[in-house]
Design a protein around this ligand. Structure first.
Ligand SMILES: [Zn+2]
Length: 690
């Protein structure tokens, strides 16, 4: 497309059955925000829209579980999610919700038009039904084996393992998620979008048309689905939570959540346009508009196949120019999981790292899962902050501001003759906007942010090489020139950092005493390449403050401890209790002679990983006992330990040593052995246990 007249940028509607975490931020919202901010800085006409996705089965399941209404569930999470986005500087022009009237009307009208134009197939088919719950089972109400990849916990509409979208009746061994029952089949009428009819067109549009410009992960998934052959998809459901189907004979049915959710982008745009006194239609219907969907890889099928087919069926809409979907972000080596609380929640992050939104934005972009799944670790987060933001970016700015105040009372000095290095440096700076732009326009945000940091590196190197703190004693004119150049670098950083580190950019602009972005007299993105001088001689800068602060080991440890606690909770929840053994008689029990004893010596059994050879005072005698506890204890730490000993166990030889008894042990959930030593203070060795 030639230069677009305007941009419609959508970010995946977050599902309102929980708060948002770093995976969402890294995969969708930070890249979308960088892109939107960047286009606005270029003076482009942008509509950046999003909203809460509030329909669908998981919300009704959550409501049932918590004993509240679905509306209460969505109200709660809509508020939390909306606030997190605001807190992290995600600059949506509008953040709506699919329970809003404007959305119900828009989605309803959309369906009705397609219905009237005869775009749906109306069909009575047999659908899965849970007789016990008296309910049809669709989407997440049903779990079974994916017909494509064999994953055993696939949902009725989509397999989260391979991303394939299918019909609930395709599942192998389906089970009701409500009662666990095997469903029966029952007839019901639904409306289907005949995707098979769109196959030739999708082939032309995606397989042939977007081979070069779409990301390979996105293109590859689409191509494989299209190659496999598409089938009609039901766009209605037998449910009571959602948008009622506006068709005769559709009582008790609602639109499928994945039919109504993407229409949410349109209704959010309408809501925004209405508020701003604009016309929404060019943002969705003018060929000169660039429509982009920022999503995670689990939503590719809906944004590349189903929603475009809906738009095509309507006929009056434009199609997405690109769908730059990201892969997944893992956390400390494991898949992020809401149900297992294996996540970093945005609202919790801000409690522990107040005003440090940019550090997280930075670390997530530096590690963004753009081409493959990536891992977020707290150690990397700390290193990105301490070694890059503090040591490079922050350090450079701090030196420039401090020295300008110290030498020139905060006034930008006049430069005299530029050296070759000065000329080169100023020229290099002017090239950065184009370099960063090129990466952003190809959706390579990691690369773009790295180039931004190269500006800070350039500044650091310039100061280190030119050493104004030395030349101030010998050459005042040279020092002025060096500080003049350094101040230009600082102002370039203030401008170019805005899409990536918006809070830092604002702070830095304040420090340099230039207007914040979008205010008259502020520095524009394009000024960097057009003007060599952003801060003129004689301009007074503001007071210095630290842009970034060091993150200490204790802060990181606290986060790791939190995750460890989640892990322990999950292990406890998943622990299987060994079933009780057959009953025994009192006589059976009294055959066991258990005594209190004390370990008096311990050493490792040579060449045996698990075994310790112990000498135990049982009160009766000093016994040798070979015990398989070496992986849980060192020999030294258990000497003097009170233990419970089964003293009349028939002796047996272990690796040539006669073991004359057994020490009673139990085990923690993660497999560490623990002595069974009831409160035996003041009890002598040899006391019997019964
Ligand atoms: Zn699968």
């Amino acid at each position: 497309m030639s230069t677009p007249k305007r941009y419609t940028i959508t970010a995946a509607l977050p599902y309102t059955n929980g708060p948002v975490h770093i995976g969402h931020l890294a995969g969708v919202y930070v890249p979308a925000d960088i892109y939107a901010r960047f286009q606005r800085l270029q003076g482009k006409d942008v509509a950046f829209v999003c909203g809460s996705d509030e329909h669908g089965v998981p919300i009704t399941i959550k409501a049932k579980k918590e004993g509240i209404t679905p509306q209460q569930v969505v109200d709660k999470y809509h508020a939390i999610i909306k606030k997190s986005f605001e807190d992290f500087g995600i600059t949506f022009d509008n953040y709506s919700r699919t329970s809003a009237k404007i959305h119900h009307d828009t989605a309803s009208d959309f369906f009705e038009k397609l219905y009237k134009d005869g775009k749906f197939i109306e069909e009575v088919t047999e659908q899965l039904y849970d007789a016990e719950a008296n309910q049809f089972l669709a989407d997440r109400f049903i779990v079974g084996t994916c017909p494509k990849c064999g994953f055993e916990e696939s949902y009725g509409d989509q397999c989260e393992n391979c991303g394939t979208s299918h019909n609930a009746t395709d599942l192998i061994n389906p089970k009701s998620a409500i009662t666990g029952a095997t469903p029966t089949l029952k007839e019901t009428k639904h409306w289907f979008l005949p995707l098979d009819q769109y196959e030739p067109w999708l082939k032309e549009w995606i397989v042939e048309g977007h081979k070069k410009d779409w990301k390979t992960n996105v293109y590859g998934q689409c191509k494989s689905w299209i190659d496999d052959g598409l089938r009609p998809r039901a766009v209605t459901r037998d449910l009571d939570w959602g948008i009622p189907v506006p068709a005769p004979g559709a009582e008790g049915k609602v639109l499928y959540v994945w039919f109504d959710a993407p229409i949410g982008y349109i209704s959010s745009t309408k809501e925004w346009a209405k508020r701003e006194g604009k016309d929404w239609e060019p943002y969705w219907k003018d060929e000169d508009t660039k429509l982009l969907h920022f999503i995670g890889k689990d939503n590719i099928v809906f944004h590349c196949i189903i929603f475009p087919s809906m738009l095509k069926a309507d006929g009056s809409y434009i199609l997405p120019n690109n769908v730059p979907a990201n892969e997944f972000l893992n956390l400390e080596g494991n898949k992020i999981s809401t149900s297992k609380n294996w996540a970093v929640w945005l609202h919790e992050y801000l409690e522990d790292f107040p005003n440090q939104q940019d550090v997280l934005r930075y670390a997530l972009t530096a590690n963004a899962p753009e081409t493959k799944d990536n891992d977020f670790t707290w150690a990397d987060f700390q290193a990105r902050n301490n070694n890059e933001l503090v040591a490079i970016f922050g350090n450079f700015i701090n030196r420039v501001v401090v020295l300008t105040h110290k030498y020139y009372n905060g006034v930008v000095p006049a430069a005299s003759d530029f050296s070759e290095v000065d000329e080169q440096t100023l020229k290099e700076l002017q090239a950065y906007p184009a370099v960063i732009e090129s990466s952003i326009e190809r959706y390579r945000f990691r690369e773009a942010q790295m180039e931004l940091m190269n500006v800070a590196r350039l500044g650091n190197k310039y100061l280190a090489d030119e050493e104004p703190w030395k030349s101030i004693k010998t050459d005042e004119e040279r020092t002025k020139t060096v500080m003049y150049v350094a101040l230009q670098i600082a102002s370039v950083l203030a401008v170019l950092s805005e899409p990536f580190l918006p809070f830092t950019s604002e702070k830095l602009k304040k420090m340099l005493n230039v207007s914040p972005s979008a205010v008259e007299g502020s520095l524009a993105w394009n000024d960097v390449s057009l003007k060599q001088e952003l801060l003129p001689t004689g301009h007074t800068i503001g007071k210095g403050e630290l842009l970034f602060s060091k993150i200490e080991d204790e802060q990181i440890q606290k986060q790791l401890d939190k995750l460890q606690a989640s892990k322990a909770m999950n292990e406890a929840a998943n622990r299987t209790i060994t079933p009780q053994k057959d009953t025994c008689t009192f006589d059976d029990f009294t055959k066991l002679d258990m005594r209190v004893g004390t370990i008096i010596e311990a050493e490792k059994m040579p060449k045996a990983k698990k075994l310790l050879v112990l000498k135990v005072d049982t009160g009766i005698a000093i016994r040798t006992i070979v015990s398989g506890i070496a992986e849980s204890f060192t020999a030294e730490e258990i000497i003097g330990k009170k233990v419970t000993v089964l003293v009349n166990l028939a002796p047996r030889a272990l690796r040539g040593v006669d073991s004359e008894g057994m020490i009673l042990m139990t085990e923690t959930p993660d497999g560490k052995l623990v002595f069974v030593n009831p409160d035996t203070d003041g009890v002598d060795n040899g006391a019997t246990i019964n």
